[in-house]
Design a protein around this ligand. Structure first.
Ligand code: CP3
Length: 350
């Protein structure tokens, strides 16, 4: 492979440079829809082992790289991975997601949280990110990621995933002072963790505020946005050149607010037309997205048409082509391969 002196494609686009085609990667591109991942999961049944034993996490992160050569290679990990470092014990249960054994619900529990020291709590992250950079060189961009304060607080307080968020909303609407303290501590820990990921080699970092779309806009302004800003401001102070991406699931009603977070790039989901998202976000915000992950259950012709439609609507600047959320389990691997092949031939198509 030839040595390229220029920055990889995704990093260039994320910085706002004009590129010949939009870079492409997928959220959850490493995961259950891949046979190689399922085989490794049989060998390492614990999610924490798969994500915290460096050799295994490196192998999982590289599975989609080897299969599809995406423009972005994301660290295989989870948003709850740093929580034990704050004193919040957790597990990730098969088919269920994160489980917090002693949910955080009292002032005393919030007082007992420790500041995060990533060198001692998350040493495997350095090994994994360094190995990913070494492996992909200038052929792809290595992405780090974190969960946002509201979304991590939702897991910490509810104790698991929730459909209603009734426990954290009860806290938010009856005892907001405790929740604000928890959100502040989480924001400071997350900022430290983002900086650490960048120092270890992450070239772009995405923050997932997956469950902030469950808040009404006025509550988003109180419990989600100020803490997204707190993380991004702290990171920008020390690492101003690393592009930062924000994702909120079900974000149609808060898209303009996401642009106030300090993120450089806003992920758009498929509930919003990409051309309308561009108009709503304005000229300075770059976008990522926004195909319905379900499109990958369609025919090849349909997938190709939707890629072209999205790319035309996003325009030729500041767009990272992606799904609007993660690849779904059961997605045919050949359709994922077709998505990447089509996207990478785009200069010839548009
Ligand atoms: O994108 C990637 O390839 C990187 C890996 C990644 C994982 N989780 C691995 C994982 C990323 C970026 C995440 C982020 C994450 N984790 C989010 C934000 C993204 C989103 O979905 O909005 C959230 C909310 C979590 C919490 C979490 N972890 C959930 C909801 C689940 C799924 C539960 C289920 O089984 O459906 C997990 C487990 C998890 N994390 C899986 C993967 C691939 C699935 C379990 C497995 O395949 O072993």
């Amino acid at each position: 492979m030839g040595v390229s002196l220029t920055a990889p494609h995704l990093l260039q686009a994320a910085r706002g440079e004009v590129v010949d085609r939009p870079p492409v990667w997928m959220m959850r591109q490493a995961g259950r829809y891949m046979k190689a991942y399922r085989d490794l999961r049989d060998k390492y049944p614990s999610f924490r082992d798969r994500s915290e034993i460096p050799e295994v996490a490196i192998e999982v992160s590289l599975q989609p790289w080897k299969a599809f050569q995406p423009d972005g290679v994301i660290l295989f990990s989870d948003i709850v991975t740093p929580l034990p470092g704050l004193g919040i014990d957790m597990d990730i249960a098969e088919g269920k997601g994160p489980i917090i054994h002693s949910p955080i619900r009292t002032q005393a529990q919030v007082d007992h949280l420790r500041p995060l020291d990533p060198e001692s709590a998350l040493p495997f992250i350095k090994t994994i990110l360094q190995a990913l950079r070494q492996e992909v060189g200038n052929q792809s961009t290595v992405l780090g990621f974190v969960g946002a304060p509201w979304t991590l607080a939702a897991y910490a307080v509810e104790g698991k995933g929730s459909k209603t968020y009734s426990i954290i909303k009860n806290m938010a609407f009856t005892d907001p002072a405790i929740l604000h303290q928890l959100l502040s501590k989480l924001a400071d820990a997350i900022a430290i963790y983002v900086r650490y990921q960048i120092d270890c080699g992450a070239q772009v970092v995405q923050m997932f505020d997956s469950w902030a779309g469950q808040l009404s806009p006025q509550d988003y302004d109180t419990f989600a946005l100020p803490y997204q800003q707190r993380v991004f401001q702290q990171v920008k102070q020390t690492h101003p050149d690393t592009p930062l991406i924000l994702l909120v699931s079900g974000s149609a009603g808060v898209l303009e607010r996401m642009a106030q977070s300090g993120a450089d790039i806003v992920t758009v989901d498929w509930s919003v037309d990409m051309a309308e998202a561009r108009a709503r976000l304005g000229k300075h915000i770059k976008v990522q997205g926004n195909l319905d992950p379900g499109v990958l259950f369609g025919s090849k012709e349909f997938i190709r048409d939707r890629i072209l439609d999205t790319v035309r609507k996003a325009g030729n600047w500041g767009h990272i082509l992606n799904l609007g959320h993660g690849v779904l389990p059961e997605t045919p691997e050949e359709n994922v391969a077709f998505f990447f092949e089509t996207a990478k031939q785009l200069t010839a198509l548009v």
